[in-house]
Design a protein around this ligand. Sequence first.
Ligand code: NAD
Ligand code: ZN
Ligand code: ZN
Length: 346
Amino acid sequence: MKALQYRTIGSAPEVVEIDTPEPGPGQVLLTVTAAGVCHSDEFIMSLPEEQYVYGLPLTLGHEGAGIVHAVGAGVTEVAVGDAVAVYGPWGCGTCRNCAEGKENYCTRAVELGIQPPGLGSPGSMAEYMIVDSPRHLVPLGDLDPVQNVSLTDAGLTPYHAVKRALPKLGAGSTAVVIGAGGLGHVGIQLIRALSGATVIALDISEEKRALALEVGAHHALHSDADAVARIRELTGGLGADAVFDFVGAQPTVEIAGACAAIEGDVQIIGIAGGALPVGIMTTAWDVSVRAPYWGSRSELMEVLDLARAGLIHVETEVFTLDEGPSAYARLHEGSIRGRAVIVPGA
Ligand code: NAD
Ligand code: ZN
Ligand code: ZN
């Protein structure tokens, strides 16, 4: 089968021919219908050899959707032909966090060597992919896989963050979204669908600011040194009740901290290495700062339900598997509108 693999540290991913895998006991083999391109892939491919822990060659793709093609011994929960989305943050299934469905916070994954697809295990950017357990599949039903595959990360990750901030986002509140890319443009829609907040989006790109307004932001500001003053101005001096930083670079975490209102929630979701000091007089009183990772299994079901209800959608640009390397080049130059999605069968 064809697969898009990261093969050499520092080089672009390559389309290669590899053996089609067979499902072992308890596993499921999917014919991949869609695979999303995330900025985190770009991040891991930028790591120097001493920090890279995902194995080589690595079949990319941690956002995946497919049709069940074959099941391993003992699998009865799904059947050949089922349309499914892949829950990516695989855990052990039995620790306390996994028991709550929070496999993104599995306490035994490292010890057991469990790695998500595309981030250690073979991912979705191939004609077929192995899913380690039917527990990691959620029925897609009549949702289009190409339009919705990115809900498994670009939807689930902001949903996990927004859901926890909802107590802060009543009527008259303000939410700031920094970075209106793959995650951010869904984050804006989630805040609009679930809360009464006014949404202020920040981006360095004019196109992304236009996209932010199109998907529901009330204001879109340039992400620069004046952004904090503009946010204070728009909120009568109060600041933002919740801030979602989908960039996570030093300048953006500083904006996030400086624009948070008293008792505001700051969540740093982007992995660009920024750090925000927390302490008396560093932020407004009682601001909380968190760095969440992905989301739970039940939250993925909820995100798919929101899409089914027509409340959120993903703006997508479609690529074939052969065009995969150029999808990453476009992501790198910042010109993808919404999410790039690879369709192996196209
Ligand atoms: P993306 O490339 O699609 O979007 C990034 C957006 O940020 C773009 O619109 C870009 O113009 C904008 N941007 C860049 N610099 C900016 C700045 N200084 N101020 C404001 N906007 C700026 O990326 P994505 O796939 O949406 O991922 C966003 C981040 O989230 C990445 O760092 C990714 O690795 C990370 N991520 C984290 C998790 C998690 O669980 N914590 C999950 C998925 C992705
Ligand atoms: Zn991701
Ligand atoms: Zn676990």
